[in-house]
Design a protein. Structure first.
Length: 66
């Protein structure tokens, strides 16, 4: 998990540098948004592959392995 965070932070910093954005650091909120995006994308792929099931509860979603 630590290595994944380092990679994501590096990607976000690289994007900021390419677009000449300052300051040259990543906010925790930006990191959270990117991590959540990647998690949801991976969960959707796993569901399509038939490896997990995802459903809805009243306030959240449930996930279980098939």
């Amino acid at each position: 998990m630590k290595n994944l965070l380092i990679v994501i932070i590096g990607q976000l910093l690289s994007d900021r540098k390419q677009h000449n954005e300052v300051p040259s650091h990543v906010l925790l909120l930006e990191l959270q948004k990117e991590v959540y995006s990647q998690i949801y994308s991976a969960l959707n792929e796993l569901e399509v592959e038939g490896k997990i099931e995802i459903g809805h509860t009243l306030n959240d979603r449930w996930i279980k392995l098939k």
